[in-house]
Design a protein around this ligand. Structure first.
Ligand SMILES: *Cc1c(COP(=O)(O)O)cnc(C)c1O
Length: 382
């Protein structure tokens, strides 16, 4: 007996090809991917052990070292979003009982606390009001008290728009035999960063913010010092998918199958990194800075003010105070439906208090700012 399986009317409607309206993504990420990144991603897939694909992986490693300004041999992309790369740093560096000191001045500091705790860390925190950053003296005092195995900081706190200065922190950590772990998810590609000069031991990022790619292939790097700690572990890394001992055999010279790489995302990441290198890293940082200053001027001309002190504002993400009596959510909704522009709302301590405006990667352009300021001028109450 054969059975006929038919589709219903609503499923029939879904037979038309996918159609997605174009929107300008000026929120906390994802940002719009560069057209040539999208083109690279539509290239035909290769096998994950094909020599031509292994060549693409090598190019990604080399270009990542450039954009991060590091010579770490193990500098790769993790298959997954920024949170997967974040979890990779924690899973590989934390052994149960390790004291991990985390600077919490926003949502992503708290995510690090949650993750480190799940891997058995003895978590200690220092906190700051959301929108502020830690001074080197404050970090020194905390490291002296807690003597952590690892100090974790968020370079670009996307929930607040603040840039945590990192100069001198690496030296401080070396004095105490501490590893420095840094979240660079919203800084890589848009904010000046010098991993080796700053003595950063573990860092991670994502593809869909400053690099202007689609989400899913996330930069990860580990210094020789942190690699040694990993080799001294008495227990296996408890996360199989993110175990760098295994991943290094795929990304390194052995080329052993571990998992099937998301081939087309790696094409996109390779193209996004190539674009940064072609523009020049310093030029790329300068472009982000120039366009964000133009944004701040435009916002001020509308009578709006920024949440973070100018010196510590990120070039990639700006928190804008919602004026008294204005419905922030309604304005964001109007921007999206009437003007096809996405901006973010506040999280945690800043919920309902700010909008979050991102100018990342391909979107860090004068035209993006002009479109937003014009639209805001129309939707804001006079
Ligand atoms: C976006 C973000 C993450 C998480 O990245 P996903 O790609 O969303 O998983 C982590 N840290 C910071 C600072 C971020 O902005």
């Amino acid at each position: 007996m054969s059975q006929t399986i038919s589709i219903n009317d609503s499923q029939r409607l879904q037979l038309k090809p996918l159609e997605i309206p174009t929107k300008l993504l000026l929120g906390p990420g994802p940002s719009n991917a560069h057209p040539s990144v999208l083109q690279a991603m539509s290239t035909t897939p290769l096998g994950h052990l094909d020599p031509d694909f292994l060549g693409v992986m090598d190019e990604i490693k080399s270009l990542l070292r450039y954009v991060w300004q590091t010579e770490n041999p193990l500098t790769i992309a993790v298959s997954g979003t920024g949170s997967a790369a974040m979890e990779a740093t924690i899973a590989n560096s934390v052994e149960p009982g390790d004291v991990v000191l985390i600077g919490v001045a926003g949502y992503f500091g708290n995510r690090l606390v949650d993750m480190a705790g799940r891997y058995g860390a003895d978590v200690r925190t220092i906190t700051k009001p959301w929108g502020q950053v830690f001074s080197l003296e404050e970090l020194r005092t905390a490291v002296e008290i807690h003597r952590p195995a690892i100090l974790s900081l968020v370079h670009a706190e996307t929930s607040t728009g603040a840039r945590q200065p990192l100069e001198g922190v690496g030296e401080l950590c070396r004095e105490f035999g501490t590893l420095l772990l840094v979240d660079t998810v919203t800084s890589l590609g848009g904010v000046p960063i010098f991993l080796d000069e700053w003595g950063v031991d573990l860092a991670y990022s994502c593809s869909q913010k400053g690099l202007g790619c689609s989400p899913g292939a996330s930069p990860f790097t580990i210094s020789p010092r942190a690699w040694e700690k990993l080799q001294r572990r008495s227990t296996k890394v408890t996360n199989w998918y993110l175990d760098m001992n295994l991943l290094n055999k795929y990304w390194g010279s052995e080329r052993v199958y571990h998992h099937t790489a998301p081939i087309n995302l790696y094409y996109g990441l390779r193209e996004a990194l190539r674009l940064v290198a072609e523009e020049g890293l310093a030029n790329c940082w300068q472009r982000h800075q120039k366009n964000v200053e133009y944004l701040w001027e435009g916002l001020e001309s509308l009578g709006l003010s920024m949440h973070v002190e100018r010196e510590y504002r990120l070039p990639t993400l700006t928190t804008v105070r919602i004026p008294e009596g204005v419905d922030g959510k309604a304005i964001a909704k109007q921007l999206l439906t009437e003007h096809k522009i996405e901006v973010g709302g506040g999280l945690g301590e800043l919920a309902g208090k700010v909008w979050r405006v991102g100018l990342m990667g391909f979107n860090s352009r004068k035209e993006s700012v002009d479109r937003l300021i014009e639209a805001l001028g129309q939707v804001l109450p006079k």
